[in-house]
Design a protein around this ligand. Structure first.
Ligand code: HDD
Length: 708
């Protein structure tokens, strides 16, 4: 296979062994027989009948008939990329994992982002938690960190996972709605299972409708363990911090984006990497000494609880860069198998019951989804170091194991493969002491379900809180059963009365004082079943790190900037903004009343990236309109005003030069002169700083009456 100029890694080199390229090759059957007609089946006479002996036709058809494999039962919709992880400083004090101790290593990674509920072809901008799975191909074997873009999970015990998923997926009778939590079954479950309320509140935040997969935080969620070379262990929580900041869109935009480009996130990630504007995240660790395990106001084994960064700071330890798109979606993204149970020496599990349940489920589902126990041999899943053991045979075995011995101990193979000594990196579980009775129970220390969602709500900016009110109102407004809406209002009220009363007003309902919750329905309910466990405790007034504003970034890599122009636009104005934005890695797109080319005032032809009729303003981060004769033509285009009005309504940065201001005057953006994100003949650098801040949310209230 001919090498390309794309970034490479040990894993890419490993994958190259299996890459195929048709150039300069003759077409053959799967048995290597050359084919000289791929258009016609074999027939008795030109008008048939077709002949069964046509092995070329039969082979082609039966392979086609088996092209699909079961989609992931959750996280079916996903997009992935290759990259590299680099460590800033050795963490040998805490762990012996090579990729966390050797700063000279560039550990290859494959990262898959996903939505949870939607099917494989569902739209990207669903309101949903995003999966954030990282496979590290370390020299000591594969390590998978299979996280989400929220720091907590919906449930505390994996026993409830099938119930949670059944409730959020399309309803079983009619398979409606697709990729949406806004329906009765989900809220029926959430309002009963109050442990879900914390992550549910994250799902109601703008983090659940990200602007880009490149602009999301990632979290390993569970408490794991790190183990150093002397066998000492500590607890750890993993964080990914995006260097582009954390940004979302509004729900109204999300609905429109899904219509204009249902692959919006997939395309954004792909285009950014193709353009060389590689997305980056820093890896952060919250390290908790073993002896501090019980010192918190919550249980660190409870996956519905976060550890506020103000209580245990996040130590930044390295950086991950995604620098290469997959060659083949099915072979890599679809067949990638992530599993939180895939750890390397230096990393171990905690007793978190949710994590323990996952340790079974992922391997089990992959054996089913990928057709058997040898799925680790699929190129994207195999490690970069060698694999030797006595596991044999099975479907799709691709390796030829030599010799007579397939057991251990043996003498026929000289005792090989031999066991690793501790000093050679053999995996040893932390010998944590266990003394307990077998019980089917939930720990009392898991019973506080309201304090952390209350902390989250208190910690948000006013605009974030407003968006949350809208989200709860929309979602519950889509429920058809009043008793479910009321049960949810009752639960929200326990978190925050102001939030509940605003949502109730939008629903046209009252917050109920009590609800009917049978004992056997309320998970973890008080003995009399009348109430859910735990009152709101305030152990931290606010955690600023929970707001999306906590990561500041001045970068605008691969931000999409729409330039509206027609024949006669001022070349100088266009060029200076374009040069500046492109020097900051933004993508500048020329949009005109028609496709093909347009002429600037200096008589040059410019290629149009999109005709107005083929694109929508919601696909862009900011709008620039240069002045010139072009303005007369733009004045007659209804879509131009849709661009301006929508950009204004959704609080985006807008820049105009010279007479292009007339377009603003004629738009619904009446207060444009007072707006700090609107620039008339302004400095390009002010425009790019505004784009980096993402939105002027202060404008939102003023702009809400704009109809688009
Ligand atoms: Fe899971 C897939 C994340 C709890 C069972 N999960 C899956 C993926 C992500 C997560 C990102 C997609 C992996 C990929 O890209 O291929 N899941 C989480 C997180 C959880 C979590 C962050 C809690 C902290 N999951 C969870 C539980 C169970 C599962 C409790 C079952 C006991 N998850 C699965 C699964 C999936 C999966 C059914 C579907 C496809 C797959 O595993 O390979 O086994």
């Amino acid at each position: 296979m001919k090498k390309d100029n794309k970034p490479t890694s040990k894993k890419i080199q490993d994958l190259e062994k299996d890459m195929k390229c048709p150039i300069d090759h003759t077409m053959t059957t799967n048995d290597g027989v050359k084919i000289n007609d791929d258009n016609n089946s074999l027939k008795a006479g030109e008008r048939g009948p077709s002949l069964l002996e046509d092995f070329i036709h039969r082979e082609k058809m039966s392979h086609f008939d088996r092209e699909r494999i079961p989609e992931r039962v959750v996280h079916a919709r996903g997009s992935a990329a290759h990259g590299v992880f680099e460590l800033y400083e050795s963490l040998e004090k805490y762990t012996k994992a090579g990729f966390l101790t050797d700063t000279s290593r560039k550990t290859p990674v494959f990262v898959r982002f996903s939505t949870v509920a939607g099917f494989r072809g569902s739209p990207d901008l669903a309101r949903d938690i995003r999966g954030f799975s990282v496979k590290f191909y370390t020299d000591e074997g594969n390590y998978d960190l299979v996280g989400n873009n929220t720091p907590v999970f919906f449930i505390q015990d994996g026993m409830k996972f099938p119930d949670l998923v059944h409730s959020v997926k399309p309803e079983p009778d009619n398979q409606i709605p697709q990729a949406a939590s806004a329906h009765d079954t989900f809220y029926d479950f959430v309002s009963h299972a109050t442990e879900t309320l914390h992550n549910h509140m994250w799902a109601m935040s703008d983090r659940a409708i990200p602007r880009s997969l490149r602009m999301m935080e990632g979290f390993g969620i569970h408490t794991f363990r790190l183990v150093n070379a002397s066998g000492k262990s500590c607890f750890v929580r993993f964080h990914w911090k995006p260097l582009l900041g954390i940004h979302g869109v509004t729900w109204e935009e999300a609905v429109k984006i899904n219509g204009a480009d249902s692959d919006y996130h997939r395309r954004d990630l792909w285009d950014a990497i193709e353009a060389g504007h590689y997305p980056e995240w820093e890896l952060g660790l919250q390290i908790i000494p073993e002896e501090d395990e019980m010192k918190f106001d919550f249980d660190i084994l409870d996956a519905t609880k976060l550890i506020p960064e103000e209580i245990v700071p996040v130590k930044i330890v390295g950086k991950m860069t995604l620098n290469r798109n997959p060659e083949n979606f099915f072979a890599e993204t679809e067949q990638a198998a992530f599993h939180p149970g895939r750890v390397v020496p230096g990393i171990d599990f905690s007793d978190d019951p949710l994590l323990q349940s996952r340790l079974f489920s992922y391997h089990d589902t992959q054996i089913y989804r990928l057709g058997g126990a040898n799925f680790n041999q699929i190129p994207i899943n195999r490690p970069i170091n060698e694999v030797h053991n006595n596991q044999r045979d099975g479907q799709f075995q691709t390796q030829i194991h030599k010799g007579k011995s397939s057991y251990f101990p043996n003498s026929l193979a000289g005792g090989c493969p031999h066991l690793a000594k501790m000093a050679e990196g053999g995996f040893t579980s932390v010998p944590a002491p266990v003394e307990a009775h077998k019980v089917r129970a939930r720990s009392e220390s898991f019973s506080d379900h309201y304090s952390q969602p209350a902390l989250l709500f208190r910690s948000l900016q006013p605009w974030e809180q407003n968006h949350m009110v809208n989200a709860y109102s929309f979602e519950l407004g889509k429920c058809t059963q009043q008793h479910i809406q009321e049960r949810m209002l009752f639960q929200i009220n326990k978190i925050n009365e102001d939030l509940a009363s605003k949502v109730a007003k939008n629903l046209g309902l009252k917050v109920p004082k009590s609800i009917d919750m049978p004992v056997n329905q309320a998970i973890g309910a008080d003995a009399d079943g009348s109430d859910q466990p735990g009152d709101v405790k305030v152990y931290l007034e606010k955690s600023p790190a929970l707001s999306m504003t906590h990561i500041k970034s001045d970068r605008i890599d691969a931000r999409m900037i729409a330039v509206l122009a027609a024949d006669g636009f001022y070349m100088k104005d266009y060029q200076s903004i374009k040069d500046h934005l492109e020097s900051k890695n933004a993508m500048v797109k020329l949009i005109a009343p028609h496709g093909g080319t347009i002429k600037c005032n200096e008589g040059m032809e410019h290629k149009v990236d999109a005709a107005l009729m083929t694109t929508e303003s919601v696909l862009y981060d900011a709008l620039f309109i240069p002045g010139g004769k072009s303005v007369d033509a733009l004045m007659n285009e209804a879509k131009v005003f849709k661009f301006i009005d929508e950009s204004y309504k959704y609080c985006k940065a807008i820049a105009v030069t010279a007479n292009a201001e007339d377009l603003l005057k004629n738009s619904q953006a009446k207060d444009y002169k007072e707006d700090k994100f609107i620039f008339i003949d302004g400095e390009p650098s002010n425009f790019s700083s505004a784009i980096a801040k993402h939105r002027n949310w202060d404008r939102e209230e003023k702009a809400k009456m704009i109809s688009v």
